[in-house]
Design a protein around this ligand. Structure first.
Ligand code: KG4
Ligand code: ZN
Length: 323
């Protein structure tokens, strides 16, 4: 089955083509430079940019995959969550294509896309497993009992993990996105030189929750004291990684699940990978280019969930959408 997947949930336009769970093409147009000078994503600019580039990206993806538009058998797009104006560009575009081609349409949850990106190279992997989604907008830990059955074990109580990397990067005068910048600078620092307290571990219902705002405040204090920036980056990264890992490992212990998908932009962090590898879990990470927002992950999720029945074209996009 040839599936077209489109994601315009935030500031990246993603168009991907997947056949039988294999990624044939995955084109992403990043808007990082457009928004950089505003210090964050400007929703109206993001929507306009999506409309400018989406046609061209689709053509590039078809050419790279060596397929024709009329060969597409299912058209999938992100329904939510995200910036509503941005979402509507890709979502409405995909509905129009499905209608014109006479093919079914699939509305996909953005986080479901992130989950299945981690299995892009391993279509053979089967649930149950744990899934950590750590990106600029999300820090969620799910237990995936079966395809399409998700139980939220924990989420962040304040900032998302990637957001914390971005904010600390800004405090240190580094560029956006902050994660890769922090990682680079941390390599030159001493991770023990600056004291960072470990965020509190929850108990009871919130026992798998994350919290990153205290680390951000500690980084601010260290910057105000004029401490070495590489040491601050290294210390922050050490504790952020240890916090993510310790919550996940506790969940693995408690649920008896030893397989973990790690996905979202923060999955690219090598310190996090190293820490989780050390713990001896069976790990799945997205391949290059699929940890951050993209269209192929949406096509993969639609393919996994395909039941022979498309979604109605009347189904609206949604800025807020629980999984
Ligand atoms: O998944 P993504 O593209 O966007 C959202 O859907 O939010 O993730 C982007 C986030 C940014 O916050 C970025 O700083 C973070 O992922 N990130 C990283 C790394 N690469 C990207 N964080 C830590 N280490 C990295 N190497
Ligand atoms: Zn995302």
């Amino acid at each position: 089955m040839l599936v077209l997947g489109i994601d315009t949930s935030c500031d990246d336009t993603g168009v991907g083509l997947v056949r039988g769970g294999r990624v044939l093409a995955n084109k992403v147009a990043s808007q990082t430079l457009l928004h950089q000078r505003f210090g964050g994503v400007v929703p109206e600019l993001a929507s306009r940019e999506h409309t400018q580039v989406i046609d061209g990206l689709l053509e590039q993806a078809l050419a790279e995959a060596g397929v024709r538009l009329r060969d597409v058998e299912l058209v999938a797009a992100t329904r939510g969550p995200g910036l509503i104006g941005a979402l509507l560009v890709g979502y409405t575009y995909a509905k129009g294509l499905a209608l014109a081609l006479g093919k079914p349409f699939a509305a996909v949850h953005h986080l479901e896309g992130h989950l299945y990106a981690a299995l892009a190279d391993h279509p053979e992997a089967l649930p149950p497993f744990l899934a950590l989604i750590a990106s600029g907008g999300h820090s969620h830990l799910f237990r995936v009992a079966a395809w399409g059955r998700y139980e939220l074990l924990g989420a962040t109580m304040d900032d998302a993990a990637g957001e914390a990397f971005d904010k600390v990067a800004r405090l240190l005068g580094l560029g956006y996105p902050g994660g890769p910048e922090i990682e680079k600078l941390a390599a030159q620092g001493d991770p023990q030189a600056v004291p960072f307290g470990m965020p509190l571990q929850g108990q009871g219902p919130g026992q798998y929750a994350f919290s990153f705002s205290g680390l951000k405040t500690a980084a601010l204090r260290a910057v105000e004291k004029g401490l070495n920036k590489a040491d601050i980056a290294a210390g922050f990264q050490r504790v952020a990684v240890e916090h993510l890992a310790s919550v996940v490992l506790r969940a693995a212990h408690d649920t008896g699940l030893q397989t973990l998908l790690v996905t979202g932009g923060v999955a690219q962090n090598r310190a996090l990978r190293g820490r989780l590898e050390q713990a001896g879990l069976r790990l799945f990470f997205p391949p290059r280019g699929m940890a951050t927002d993209n269209g192929a992950m949406i096509a993969l999720a639609a393919w996994r969930r395909w039941s022979g029945q498309g979604d109605p074209l009347s189904l609206p996009a949604a800025a807020y959408l629980p999984l």
